[in-house]
Design a protein around this ligand. Structure first.
Ligand code: NAD
Ligand code: UGA
Length: 433
């Protein structure tokens, strides 16, 4: 099939490359010239496990194209996927739909034959109805169906998730569009549950899924504090609880709070929508508040650990919102850092992939180290905030020789407690008394 994708970011790019691997012809469109120039020159614009190899392979097929022009990029496309960013307003928390509507207005000018407009951006309930109405208002001859195709991929696992989704959700109200989408998802037929629902249900499934994941993380974080103060072990509790298949064991890892470009944004967005139609989402609201509180609480713990020192130096390992990505959007690490900076702490930071993105946000407010060992030199405490695998296997003897105070505060519980103690460290972790 011929497919166009508008928005070539963390969703659009891996999706485009994956679709070419499945045999489709794909044009990825983005308004950002630097992104398209870079991709046309064979240079990836974001880090994603396995993407580089697949990108290289599929560029050679001649079926993967990049352009900044919507008019050119959508020519002959049977499906146009919208994957632009849908941020929320900083204060009202309402979803900012400017990118989506700008794309819809432009598309209305150029679409010449029946086309399915597939929404992969996470958008408020009723967006499909609005998109169809808007495009028909701009071009009364246009022949389109808007479909909700919520995206569930995780950053860092986008390629794996593209080829191995748990389920595919299709929200639509048209049998003509259903035929096109069935053809599109042929490679998954019989292998993955494909659920056809109404368009509005599709839109809600996306928010409900992210909200549930956020609540699950918030739950285990609270349980982690409870275990810590009750003389228990949160991992034993999570395992025992998770063995109940109604609950499940995944997403029960305690940490410094959930972050990223989506869980914080989407929980706030659905809570806002709930308030707007007078159906309060009290559990989701509690998770949002609890998650904000958690990051503050972690900063206080760090500050407390250095309160008796003069001009303490703190080494921070991990800046990305989670491991295996360079993405720092809404990273708990950066929020904790901001709280520490408010108290004028001297911070040296390191992340294996996210240094460039972190620098754009933190500028010269912190010192950037070339690796974990340089970051820890002369530090009074080493704080781990992202669950990178490489932090699990740190050479603690080597690090211990250069730190001023041998202390580790591990908010992802990566380091083996025995190893830390044997290397002479005071070791603090979460959820285990
Ligand atoms: P992103 O910021 O990485 O990429 C979005 C891209 O869209 C940017 O490159 C931007 O330049 C481009 N864009 C914006 N307006 C445009 C326009 N008018 N014309 C052409 N290009 C335009 O965003 P993302 O992380 O890929 O997320 C995209 C959407 O998918 C969001 O709604 C998000 O909630 C949802 N989503 C994201 C993930 C994820 O893991 N990041 C997973 C599931 C769903
Ligand atoms: C999340 C969802 O998992 C995806 O299904 C969804 O498509 C995506 O949002 C989206 O809508 O954008 P992602 O943001 O990539 O994916 O990250 P997650 O793996 O969900 O992690 C989110 C945050 O929760 C991270 O900060 C992570 O460290 C934290 N987390 C996750 C925990 O603290 N504990 C856990 O057990 C799991």
């Amino acid at each position: 099939m011929k497919i166009a994708i508008i928005g070539t970011g963390y969703v659009g790019l891996p999706t485009g490359v994956g679709l070419v691997e499945q045999g489709h012809h794909v044009t990825c469109i983005d308004k950002k010239k630097s992104t398209i120039n870079s991709l046309n020159a064979g240079k990836l614009t974001l880090f994603e496990n396995g993407l580089s190899e697949l990108f290289e392979k599929n560029r050679k097929t001649g079926r993967l194209h990049f352009t900044t022009s919507i008019k050119e990029g959508i020519k002959d496309a049977e499906i146009i996927i919208i994957a632009v960013n849908t941020p929320i307003h900083a204060i009202t928390k309402e979803v900012d739909m400017d990118n989506v509507y700008a794309v819809a207005c432009e598309l209305a000018q150029y679409i010449e034959k029946y086309t399915v407009i597939a929404m992969k951006s996470t958008v408020p309930i009723g967006t499909g109805d609005k998109i169809e109405a808007l495009m028909k208002e701009k071009n009364s001859n246009i022949d389109i169906d808007a479909v909700s195709l919520p995206e569930f991929l995780r950053e860092g696992h986008a390629i794996h998730d593209f080829f191995n989704p748990d389920r595919i959700i299709v929200g639509l109200n048209s049998t003509r569009a259903r035929k096109v989408i069935e053809n599109f998802y042929k490679p998954f037929k019989g292998k993955v549950p494909i659920l056809f629902v109404s368009r509005r249900s599709g839109e809600i499934i996306k928010y409900a899924s992210n909200a549930f994941l956020a609540m699950k993380i918030h739950f285990i974080n609270e349980m982690s504090d409870f275990c810590e103060k009750s003389g228990a072990n949160v991992y034993e509790v999570a395992e025992g609880v998770g063995l109940d298949t109604r609950i499940g064991s995944r997403f029960l890892n305690p940490g410094p709070g959930y972050g990223g470009s989506c869980l914080p944004k989407d929980t706030n967005a659905i809570a806002h929508m709930g308030r707007k139609i007078d159906t309060p989402m009290s559990l989701i609201e509690a998770a949002i508040q609890g998650n904000e509180w958690r990051k503050k609480q972690i900063a206080w713990r760090i500050l407390d650990s250095v309160k008796d020192l003069v001009n303490p130096k703190i080494c921070i390992l991990g800046l990305a919102f989670k491991a295996d990505t360079d993405d720092c959007r809404e990273s708990p690490a950066l929020t904790v850092i901001e709280y520490l900076l408010e108290r004028k702490m001297n911070l040296v930071v390191f992340d294996p992939q996210a240094m460039k993105n972190a620098k754009n946000l933190l500028e010269d407010k912190v010192t950037y180290a070339k690796d974990e060992y340089a970051a820890a030199k002369d530090a009074d405490t080493m704080v781990i905030l992202t669950e990178w695998g490489c932090f699990r296997n740190l050479d603690l003897k080597k690090i211990g020789k250069t730190m001023r105070t041998k202390k580790i505060m591990d908010f992802r519980n990566l380091i083996n407690q025995e190893h830390a103690k044997n290397a002479g460290f005071e070791y603090c972790r979460i959820g285990v008394s």
